[in-house]
Design a protein around this ligand. Structure first.
Ligand code: UTP
Length: 399
């Protein structure tokens, strides 16, 4: 196919567009020819290509390219070769749009938007009896069910294609995100327009689809149900009973873009608690709070735990993980464990990066965290002052 550089924008497929740049791809079997229009004063996120080299050819405008620690001026006609595993970033220092082309080997998920899976099919035994006839993902935290916070976290990170894995007794989740014509009509007639708007907003939040896990055979098995939905691309997993504050997924996406790797959020727990979580062994430090992972182990006894860093319910994973999940190996508790499949990814040489998430995590599946989340959210909500006074009357002092 004959294409003039000036035509790339018309002939290429628009794969990214935001306030920084527009990216147009032409794909061949193994290669991608990609043209970027970088706006004045903006820079690309910067990333590594772990497995392949890359060529950059500057077409228009003035800027610079960062290769590892070095920066070089770059303008029309300049060509740069980027060796494997070299951090590189382009910065537009001029007044005009900077245009450059890059040629590189196709990689997993190139040009596709990340999708999210929200597993919500567990039995919630730690929260019985409330979870007998009601999903724990629908437990209220202040005035919203837990899973709404989770969906909003995905949306906030720009992920709007969401698959919720449900199971028996979880219909309330689907109803919550569905339209409710009778209720809407009632609110309209009663003049309760604020509530009407909120109810409509919830049903229009995202493109949510549902899939049933017929038997709760573990988190790994729940994620495996999403294999077709995901295809050959990285994907996000947000546990339906975990709230992060502030949103953890935003930062994880940035890390993922930078290292083109799976990313797992971690938080410190006490030594005695390692047997409740998947625990990570850190490898090389890559950046502040970002480490290569050397291993992960599901629910180790304290004396066997390689660290006290626990997996906290937010993941970005390579679709290669489905191969290991599909083997159906049972792990801890005779369940198909996601942590075991991540371990296999690492052992097979896939890069998995740990993010030491500095925010707050509430695991709503346990009563204490659920209680704490309600206190924290209500202190920050409309009735915050009243709650503070109430807590003070019980002897609580702020700070
Ligand atoms: P949990 O480890 O909290 O398990 O699952 P659980 O079964 O829901 O709760 P307990 O331990 O019995 O109290 C973490 C997440 O994975 C989902 C859960 O719904 C929760 O969001 N999950 C777990 C599934 O979707 N399917 C499963 O088979 C297990």
């Amino acid at each position: 196919m004959r294409i003039r550089a000036s035509e790339l924008e018309k002939k290429g497929r628009l794969v990214k567009k935001d306030e920084r740049y527009e990216v147009y791809d032409i794909e061949m079997e193994n290669l991608v020819l990609s043209m970027t229009k970088l706006f004045p004063g903006k820079s690309t996120s910067g990333h590594y290509h772990e497995d392949s080299e890359e060529v950059y050819y500057f077409l228009e405008g003035e800027g610079k390219i960062k290769l590892g620690e070095q920066e070089y001026p770059a303008s029309a006609g300049d060509i740069f070769t980027v060796p494997k595993d070299t951090f590189h970033q382009v910065i537009n220092t001029g007044e005009q749009v900077l245009k450059f082309m890059a040629v590189f080997e196709k990689y997993e998920g190139r040009g596709t938007k990340l999708k999210a899976i929200i597993p919500a099919a567990g039995h919630g035994t730690r929260f019985l009896p409330i979870t007998k006839a009601q999903p724990k993902e629908m437990l209220p935290v202040l005035d919203k069910p837990v899973i709404q916070y989770v969906v909003e976290e995905a949306l906030d990170a720009g992920i709007d294609n969401i698959l919720i894995i449900t199971g028996r007794g979880k219909r309330a989740i689907e109803d919550h995100f569905d339209r409710a014509p009778e209720l809407e009509q009632f609110l309209q007639e009663a003049g309760k327009l604020v509530q009407l708007e909120e109810i409509r907003r919830i049903s229009e939040l995202a493109n949510i689809t549902y899939l049933r896990q017929k038997e709760a055979l573990g988190l790994g098995h729940a994620v495996l149900q999403a294999r077709e939905f995901v295809g050959n691309a990285y994907f996000a997993v947000l546990l339906g009973d975990v709230i992060t504050m502030p949103s953890c997924m935003n930062e994880m996406l940035e890390i993922h873009k930078r290292y083109r790797a799976s990313v797992i959020a971690l938080q410190e727990v006490s030594k005695e608690e390692t047997k409740k979580y998947g625990i990570a062994e850190l490898g090389e430090e890559l950046d502040t709070n970002v480490y290569e992972l050397a291993d992960v182990i599901e629910k180790p006894e304290p004396e066997e735990a390689p660290s006290t860093l626990a997996i906290t319910g937010r993941y970005i994973l390579s679709s290669k993980i489905f191969k290991y999940l599909a083997e159906g190996r049972r792990g801890y508790g005779n369940e198909i464990q996601l942590t075991d499949a991540i371990r296999r990814l690492i052992q097979e040489g896939e890069r998995v990066v740990g993010y030491l998430y500095p925010g707050r995590v509430f695991d709503i599946g346990n009563k204490l965290d659920w209680m704490k989340s309600n206190i924290i959210f209500s202190l920050e909500g409309d009735c915050g002052e009243e709650i503070e006074k109430f807590l003070e009357s019980l002897g609580y002092r702020k700070g």
